[in-house]
Design a protein. Structure first.
Ligand code: HMG
Ligand code: MG
Length: 333
């Protein structure tokens, strides 16, 4: 499906879509997805044109068992040149595990992600420490990672509302974002973990952030729980922020955010971006097929409205083609 014209003034001409399905999506599945399926999903996403695919997490297997085979996944994925496969690292132990995979199995790590939060209760539930303690751990991890020549990306979870504390102060989001940038993150993704944000809330948060932070150092991570995620993504793009996280087939949620549904579906984000004339380098049909692959593996249809609509459209196109006599352009009755 072609791009629709040029992007409106003020919107980025190209957006980097960060695929988080194999990590953020699959971490929330009640059952464990086998390693081969996760590897095949990552390879299909790379083939569809995704250039950043968050592929796992070196976190405690006691808390998030779905990510326990991250080392194996990284070792098995056939690498596509130009694609980065970042992993989540919560502390020194996670950093050591990532380094071990690189040193002992010859798997290049290249990029990791650290994750803080804009509410104390969420920080405690997610990482068993205060925001300040978490930031101190991440500062050490970031320093060690940068010494290895790895890139470090940051997240601020629950930036638009906390499942335990409710409203979150915009200044808190700014303070945590600043701290992550100061420790060397090249970009910080602002997470609507519970999916409660509206376009108005997104404007307020990015207005505050962009007053002191270049938009090129920010990204957006929207969940679709309240059905606002694509509107929220557009509200963010209006600030010139050029990176968006999304999860194929709308997989996921967060184990520490009860009731939150999946991340916005990558298919929905790509359709939005291409409709605005914004380049992504992604083949929407191949992406939809990757979503169907993981939907089949999980035994349920994906949550992407775009994928469902496009699949129905493709089925109609096939049916029409089957009834058209070859070479005549005429329809068979
Ligand atoms: P802890 O249990 O609080 O602390 O872990 P600990 O350091 O005292 O360690 C206790 C046990 O955990 C020990 O094992 C450690 O070895 C082990 P035991 O002696 O009991 O057998 N351990 C580890 N094992 C493997 N890898 C590690 C590691 N660290 C300790 N790195 C910790 C603290 C943060 C690690 C833990 O609480 C944890 O893993 N939490 C899960 C965090 C997580 O993955 N959350 C979901 C991702 S965040 C998210 O989804 C939001 C985001 O997508 C943005 C958004 O949606 O908005 C990013
Ligand atoms: Mg998320």
């Amino acid at each position: 499906m072609p791009l629709s014209g040029r992007p409106p003034a003020g919107l980025p001409a190209r957006v980097r879509v960060v695929e988080v399905g194999p990590r953020d999506g699959l971490q929330n599945e009640p059952g464990k997805i086998d390693t081969a399926t996760r590897v095949a999903l990552i390879e299909r996403l790379a083939a569809a044109g995704l250039r950043m695919i968050e592929s796992g997490a070196f976190v405690s297997p006691k808390w998030v068992p779905q990510m326990a085979d991250t080392a194996e996944v990284l070792a098995r994925v056939r690498r596509t040149p130009g694609v980065r496969y970042p992993v989540l690292v919560p502390n020194r132990q996670g950093f050591d595990a990532a380094l071990q995979v690189q040193q002992q199995r010859g798997v290049p790590i290249e990029e990791i992600a650290v994750f803080s939060a804009a509410s104390e209760t969420f920080s405690q539930k997610n990482t068993h420490c205060t925001i300040a303690e978490g930031l101190a751990r991440f500062a050490e991890v970031a320093r060690l990672a940068l010494e290895q020549g790895w890139r470090v990306r940051g997240y601020v979870s629950v930036a638009f509302g906390c499942p335990y504390e409710g409203a979150v102060a915009v200044d808190r989001v700014h303070t945590v974002t600043r701290a992550l940038l100061d420790m060397g993150c090249y970009e910080v993704s602002i997470g609507d973990t519970t999916g409660v944000a509206t376009a108005g809330a997104v404007r307020r948060v990015y207005e505050r952030l962009c007053a002191t932070i270049p938009p090129q150092q920010l990204a957006g991570h929207f969940h679709d729980t309240w059905g606002q995620a694509t509107a929220n993504a557009l509200a963010m793009l209006e600030f010139g922020v050029p990176a968006l996280d999304a999860s194929v087939a709308g997989l996921g949620g967060c184990p520490y955010s009860p009731g939150a549904t999946g991340n916005v579906a990558t298919e929905d984000i790509v359709y939005l971006l291409h409709g605005l004339g914004i380049e992504t380098g992604i083949d929407l049909d191949a992406l939809i097929d990757a979503g169907a692959f993981i939907g089949d593996a999980l035994g349920r249809p994906g949550a992407s409205r775009v994928a469902n609509a496009r699949r129905a459209q493709r089925a109609r196109e096939r049916e029409l083609a089957a009834h058209r006599p070859a070479g005549t352009g005429a329809w068979r009755a």
